[in-house]
Design a protein around this ligand. Sequence first.
Ligand SMILES: Nc1ncnc2c1ncn2[C@@H]1O[C@H](COP(=O)(O)OP(=O)(O)O)[C@@H](O)[C@H]1O
Ligand SMILES: [Mg+2]
Length: 253
Amino acid sequence: MQNVFQARNKAKPIVFHLRDVVRDRASEGITFRLRVPSLQIAQGEKIALIGESGCGKSTLLDMLAFISQPSEIAAFRFRPDLEDEAIDVANLWRKRKQNQLGELRKHNIGYVMQTGGLLSYLTVRENMGLSRSVLGMPQEDTVENLARELGIARHLDKLPDKLSVGERQRVAIGRALAHEPPIVIADEPTASVDPFAAEKIMSLFISLAEERNITVVVASHAWRHIQRLGLRRLSHHTQRSKDGSTTETIVNG
Ligand SMILES: Nc1ncnc2c1ncn2[C@@H]1O[C@H](COP(=O)(O)OP(=O)(O)O)[C@@H](O)[C@H]1O
Ligand SMILES: [Mg+2]
């Protein structure tokens, strides 16, 4: 009995726990359904959802970041701080506590968008420091240090449009890490750069996350270089109804 208890204690705590979570989206007469029968992501894990365009990657990531509301939820628990109990996200959605969900996201999740999502009128330094200032955290030299690690220190006082696409993606990664969130979600962060640059940026991103013991969820359409970085791949398959009116992707992991 004691052994079982000890083994359980040793297991990594679960940050995301989803059971039977569904999100429906409809456009132009076609219904898309993402179904997650079971998904558990442990603290510090690096997870990848790999699939072709339209298979539901962004839909899943947006649910994990509390940006989009699931259509059905049996269970959705989130435990960003291991000192605290898990938060019942299903209940927050049910009670329409969007503000609370927004706060949870702001404090705990860094998000890297496919196109960077940088503000064009702010310098690289200001873009990277944004998440910290929003949270009222002192800047100290976090941004400078991150910029150095990302190889973009010489660009700190430039506007984003003076940078290459790959450099902008590095800035976006820096911005997602700057407020030291326990979780970072990245939606095809290297989709718009060439494969060689993509591999370099992705490996830099994963090593920065590793050093900080951050839990990472990344979507990508390319498995090769992600596999080399040792990420755990979520299984998924997509099926279409006979009349073509519904597409369903089922994700487990
Ligand atoms: N805002 C939206 N409204 C309606 N349907 C959408 C919307 N965004 C995406 N979809 C549909 O949902 C499906 C999954 O999209 P998405 O999650 O963006 O896939 P991926 O990120 O893998 O390319 C697609 O069939 C897409 O057409
Ligand atoms: Mg997408």
